[in-house]
Design a protein around this ligand. Structure first.
Ligand SMILES: *[C@@H]1O[C@H](CO)[C@@H](O)[C@H](O)[C@H]1NC(C)=O
Ligand SMILES: *[C@@H]1O[C@H](CO)[C@@H](O)[C@H](O)[C@H]1NC(C)=O
Ligand SMILES: *[C@@H]1O[C@H](CO)[C@@H](O)[C@H](O)[C@H]1NC(C)=O
Ligand SMILES: *[C@@H]1O[C@H](CO)[C@@H](O)[C@H](O)[C@H]1NC(C)=O
Length: 269
């Protein structure tokens, strides 16, 4: 289970989110950004910009009360304040990677994190160093045992750079948090067709179906019908990604609870 948290500025904490024992639950802090507070890029030096109520103490406490909880930091996201963020090729890619490793290492140690998620969402033309830099960053963090889990979050118009990343560095990428809601498919059959397409691009095993609470794409219990259809069609679902806990608080975390019930049921059959 994967769930983004902390992107909207609503003062969130981990405690109210329903977490079941029996499957790993990854909270994804949103976001750590290679920018200063004015939105200027810092050559790979990342800083945390998730809501400040998600503290290092909060992370330690939720992990202590639920040993199946892991907490990650997602890199970049759509924007910082009014500044739309984009990938940029650094002048010196190796320097960018080493800045990324050292700044993330300090954030990861401070916040007791287990991994990183990659969520760059805008790719200007002719920027070709994304796979090299991000692949190098993940590899180095794993090599130094700073992280144990790494995920990537492509969406419909950003699949190309992520396919290049996954083709080159798939060994160190654990799950694909593909943002199915950006395909704006509203019915289970359409969801299945989209899942098949993305499974061809990224492989079915690491690909997680995803849901945006009060958002785009399939909504309501049709999502769970889509999950059943995926299973009936032979896909072994290895998780579900939800965006985001910030919205889940408004309906008692219904989609989190139902998704975990679905996954637990699926793993016991
Ligand atoms: C961010 O960086 C830019 C350019 O490097 C600089 O002009 C600006 O003052 C910095 N902002 C802050 C808040 O440090
Ligand atoms: C990419 O860069 C090349 C060489 O600098 C240039 O000829 C080409 O027009 C650029 N392509 C785009 C889509 O910007
Ligand atoms: C880290 O990289 C070195 C050199 O490539 C390699 O020998 C070592 O096994 C790697 N360690 C881990 C934990 O991946
Ligand atoms: C659990 O799985 C069984 C068999 O696939 C199904 O009939 C049942 O509705 C499932 N229950 C839940 C809570 O998903």
């Amino acid at each position: 289970m994967m769930e983004y948290i902390g992107a909207t500025g609503i003062p969130m904490t981990f405690d109210p989110v329903s977490v079941e024992d029996g499957i790993d639950f990854h909270f994804i802090l949103s976001f750590a950004i290679d920018a200063n507070s004015s939105g200027n890029s810092q050559n790979g030096v990342f800083s945390p910009y998730w809501v400040p109520t998600l503290t290092p103490e909060g992370v330690a406490a939720i992990k202590e009360s639920h040993p199946n909880v892991k907490v990650m930091a997602s890199l970049s996201g759509w924007s910082l304040g009014d500044t739309v963020l984009h990938w940029y090729d650094p002048e010196d890619p190796d320097k960018w990677v080493s800045n990324g490793v050292s700044s993330l290492k300090s954030i990861i140690n401070k916040y007791h994190l287990d991994g990183i998620d990659i969520d760059y969402e805008t790719f200007p033309k002719n920027q070709t160093k994304f796979a090299y830099c991000i692949g190098g960053l993940i590899s180095e963090l794993k090599n130094q045992s700073v992280i144990t889990v790494a995920t990537i979050a492509p969406f419909y118009s950003t699949t190309d750079p992520y396919i290049e990343l996954h083709d080159g560095y798939g060994d160190v990428i654990d799950y694909i948090n593909y943002q199915f809601y950006t395909d704006k498919v509203r019915r289970p059959q359409g969801y299945l067709e989209t899942f098949k397409l993305r499974a061809m691009q990224f492989g079915a095993e690491k690909l997680l179906p995803s849901y945006e609470i009060a958002g785009r794409g399939i909504q309501g219990d049709a999502f769970f019908q889509a999950l059943e259809l995926l299973e009936d069609s032979g896909f072994a679902l290895n998780g579900v990604m939800i965006f985001s806990a910030d919205a889940g608080s408004q309906n008692g975390y219904y989609y989190e609870r139902e998704s975990q019930a679905f996954l637990l049921n699926a793993t016991t059959v």
